[in-house]
Design a protein around this ligand. Structure first.
Ligand SMILES: N[C@@H](CCC(=O)N[C@@H](CS)C(=O)NCC(=O)O)C(=O)O
Length: 223
């Protein structure tokens, strides 16, 4: 079993944290055919996105939410959600908002500002507003959550990659403002970095992004 993706991707790290927290180091391979546009990759990724989990029987699972659930259900190791329904639901609230609001809101920032696929400032502004609303909701939900806890949870698998991403793109003024307004996000990341497994995600993502940004800068300089 291996993950198809890149170590720069926060969604790939959501899956890696889930596997690593259970004691499994999933190998990561680039898209088959050499790019996400290749026919080989498109054949195994219905959305054309990473991550995709490649299973040993030749089948594939797309979407990080489906992948982390599959890993939690099938791999040996500690459960990534507590047994008590109310505690499970609380971590799922946090996980869902981190992905559905904060990560979703960051997408236009990544596409239009960082990767510079095209310019669309109204979309960036709408994305920042969505991320801001998500952060405000997380501030309330995480006030007494004491995360990361004794064991890493699916909430940490969502929060660590996306708080890391926020710090990576904090050169964008709106993101710096968001981080300044919601100090609990940096405080969460500071606590997460004391855990070697979560610190590994932070380091791998920073390294992956530095390489991508160097490529973008080189392409821009080449005209
Ligand atoms: N809903 C997807 C989102 C995955 C996603 O957005 N992946 C990004 C990389 S971090 C991607 O593949 N982007 C390329 C694209 O959207 O074309 C999941 O949770 O797996």
């Amino acid at each position: 079993m291996h993950l198809i993706g890149s170590l720069a991707s926060p969604f790939v790290h959501r899956c890696l944290i889930a596997a690593r927290a259970k004691g499994h180091d999933l190998p990561v391979s680039p898209p088959p055919g050499g790019s996400m546009q290749s026919a080989e990759f498109q054949a195994v990724s219905p959305t054309g996105r990473i991550p995709v989990l490649a299973l040993d029987d030749g089948s594939h699972i797309c979407e990080s939410a489906a992948i982390v659930a599959y890993l939690d259900e099938t791999l040996d190791g500690p459960a990534l959600l507590p047994a008590a329904p109310a505690a499970r639901a609380h971590l799922r609230e946090i996980e869902t908002i981190a992905i559905g609001e904060v990560a979703a809101g960051l997408r236009p920032v990544m596409v239009h500002r960082i990767f510079r696929v095209s310019q669309n400032e109204p979309r960036v502004a709408a994305g920042v507003e969505q991320a801001e609303k998500g952060a405000a909701a997380l501030a309330r939900l995480m006030a007494d959550a004491a995360l990361p806890g004794e064991t890493i949870s699916l909430a940490d698998a969502a929060l660590t990659p996306f708080t890391t991403l926020l710090t990576i793109i904090a050169d964008q003024p709106e993101i710096a403002d968001l981080l300044a307004r919601h100090g609990f996000l940096s405080a969460y990341l500071e606590r997460a970095l004391r855990n070697p497994l979560l610190a590994r995600t932070n380091g791998e993502m920073k390294e992956g992004f530095a390489a991508i940004r160097a490529r973008i800068a080189a392409a821009a300089a080449a005209g």
